[in-house]
Design a binder for this molecule. Structure first.
Ligand SMILES: Cc1cc2nc3c(=O)[nH]c(=O)nc-3n(C[C@H](O)[C@H](O)[C@H](O)COP(=O)(O)OP(=O)(O)OC[C@H]3O[C@@H](n4cnc5c(N)ncnc54)[C@H](O)[C@@H]3O)c2cc1C
Length: 528
């Protein structure tokens, strides 16, 4: 059976129980769980590749992931929740490679700090860097555990339908919101962390897109805990995720179709009844599930009657996350020959991430507030077999969509000389950072290509090329409507926006949405 299905107009004549907009991990998870429950599902993907941010692209002999550098969550343990879920969805066909013991390195101008695998080792390592702040570090870990525990009922509530969900919301969300409605900086300052310690503990802020003065402590704590047992990489690259999940959906009678964008969600008398495609066809379905992000869903996909502000959702209560540049680099020797480790590097100009970001946004000639350097081919044990004598690297930093607005009406790959020059300048500055922090790479760069917020807009369909959907502010976590059920009957949400960014979280959102639709707790089967 080939991967995915081709769009044919006959699809419009079939009877669908659920149409899912988007084939990212959340759409695929929902598709598989609903298909397993006997529902006839149709997944419509606008892009010419499956997988949303888990897709990859190739140039020459190189291949890069677009939205995965590492996943946490105890994947080496067969009985961990995330592993069980991946095994189930992929019919045990998806394998993981654990990164080296040091999975993240926080590089500050005066010193580099290692994030090591294993909770106690991580704690000991932090205390060895900041012996005078031992109590604050221990308190921090205690809070991380509390946030995680309280998040379980906060997220479970999202799966509860209608009135039950509403009545139980206040007490199911109270404990989590105690932390999530505060900024990371507030909480860390209160427990006595110095500016330097805050800078190091929040060194993964790029994993959710906001510095400590703006981010919710809820997301900071969840990310810290997620990586306690180290980082993992999907063997064969991130495209293996969609490639191993789609056949299971097809085998249950579902269809997953590429290059088929949804233009409008059709409604009638306050009910979602189908979709209008970019090609003009209409497809009817009992339920519509959107994984396209809440901004897309409420600001673009709904027709005018439902779009009018705040009627369907108070969408102006959440804002879009930043855009990003990613330099995809190909090297003409293997990672081993060049001497590359697989730890991610996070390079910072100083310990105050809020100030670094502010400086950069005020004047783009200032240092990048963060440069993230990832070595995917060094993480994949099968890379050398299929791509001998080569290696890949990705270098990412923050980019504002507004700086690219003058080219917003141009087409991908045809944006003109001025844009190409801007890209070349940014590529060179990111290469400079790479050579500084990974000097062995110099002389081996054979290919590079920069993606900008316009690339992400055109290929991932986020309006402003957002890195992580909506921003992870305290305000976001207070939004009760960020749940599967919407005010429009039979229209459901799934995806990173109703939980948090991250492949595991987005996968969880698929479980939550399917549970809400089937009125059944699907989470249980993956817990041991
Ligand atoms: C640069 C980058 C690095 C990242 N690194 C990591 C990492 O290391 N680890 C980690 O866990 N997470 C990482 N993430 C985050 C993670 O990739 C995402 O949170 C997750 O994949 C989101 O899944 P999703 O299903 O919610 O959305 P998406 O993957 O965005 O899927 C949504 C899909 O909907 C489709 N779509 C949109 N509109 C329409 C329409 N109108 N019609 C049809 N289809 C439509 C899109 O094309 C897309 O395929 C990273 C993200 C980025 C951008």
């Amino acid at each position: 059976m080939s991967l995915g299905d081709r769009y044919k107009t006959e699809i419009t004549n079939e009877k669908w129980d659920a149409i899912i907009i988007g084939s990212g991990i959340s759409g695929l998870t929902s598709g598989r769980l609903l298909a397993d429950a006997g529902k006839k599902v149709l997944i419509l993907e606008k892009h010419f590749k499956f997988g949303g941010y888990t897709h990859t692209f190739k140039r020459n002999n190189y291949e890069w992931d677009v939205g995965i550098h590492y996943i946490g969550g105890n994947l080496h343990k067969n009985n961990s929740f995330i592993r069980r879920l991946f095994d189930y969805l992929s019919n045990n066909n998806l394998d993981w490679s654990r990164m080296d013991d040091i999975y993240d390195k926080m590089v500050f101008p005066d010193k580099t700090y290692d994030f090591v695998t294993g909770k106690q080792l991580f704690i000991d390592q932090m205390i060895s860097y900041f012996p005078k702040e031992e109590n604050a570090i221990k308190k921090y870990i205690e809070l991380v555990n509390q946030v995680f525990k309280s998040s379980l009922s906060y997220y479970s509530n999202k799966a509860l339908p209608g009135i039950i969900g509403s009545i139980t919301y206040p007490f199911m969300s109270k404990s989590f919101l105690r932390f999530a409605k505060r900024t990371t900086k507030d909480v860390l300052s209160e427990i006595g962390c110095s500016q330097q310690l805050i800078g190091v503990l929040t060194g993964q802020w790029g994993d959710y897109g906001l510095p400590p003065g703006q981010s919710s402590f809820g997301v900071q704590a969840m990310i810290t805990r997620h990586y306690f047992e180290g980082g993992y990489y999907p063997i064969g690259g991130s495209r293996m995720i969609a490639e191993t999940i789609i056949p299971g959906i097809q085998s249950k009678g579902g269809k997953v179709v590429l290059s088929t964008g949804v233009k409008t969600i059709l409604t009638h008398n306050g009910n979602a009844i189908g979709v209008l495609l970019d090609n003009g066809d209409e497809i009817m379905s009992k339920k519509i599930i959107s994984s396209a992000g809440v901004k897309n869903t409420f600001e673009v996909l709904l027709n005018d009657e439902n779009k009018t502000s705040n009627k369907s959702a108070p969408i102006n209560q959440v804002d879009a996350s930043t855009g990003y540049y990613c330099l995809h680099i190909g090297l003409n020797k293997s990672a081993k020959e060049i001497g590359l480790n697989n730890a991610n590097l996070w390079v910072y100009p100083g310990y105050d991430h809020d100030q670094n970001l502010e400086n950069y946004l005020l004047d783009n000639k200032q240092s990048y507030p963060v440069v993230f350097i990832s070595f995917p081919s060094a993480k994949d044990p099968t890379w050398d077999k299929y791509h001998p004598d080569s290696a890949t690297i990705e270098v990412i930093t923050v980019a504002e969509f507004s700086k690219h607005r003058q080219w917003e009406d141009t087409e991908w790959k045809k944006r003109g000389d001025e844009y190409d020059l801007l890209k070349e300048n940014i590529s060179q500055s990111l290469l400079e950072s790479l050579y500084k922090h990974s000097p062995n790479t110099k002389g081996h760069v054979d290919y590079y290509e920069l993606s900008t917020p316009l690339t992400s807009r055109d290929l991932a369909n986020y309006k402003e090329g957002e890195l992580y959907g909506i921003n992870h502010t305290p305000q976001r976590f207070k939004q009760r409507w960020l749940r599967p059920e919407t005010k429009i009957k039979n229209l459901y949400l799934t995806g990173q926006d109703i939980v948090t960014a991250g492949v595991s979280a987005a996968m969880m959102s698929g479980v939550i949405t399917s549970s809400a639709i089937l009125k059944k707790n699907l989470m249980k089967q993956f817990l041991h």
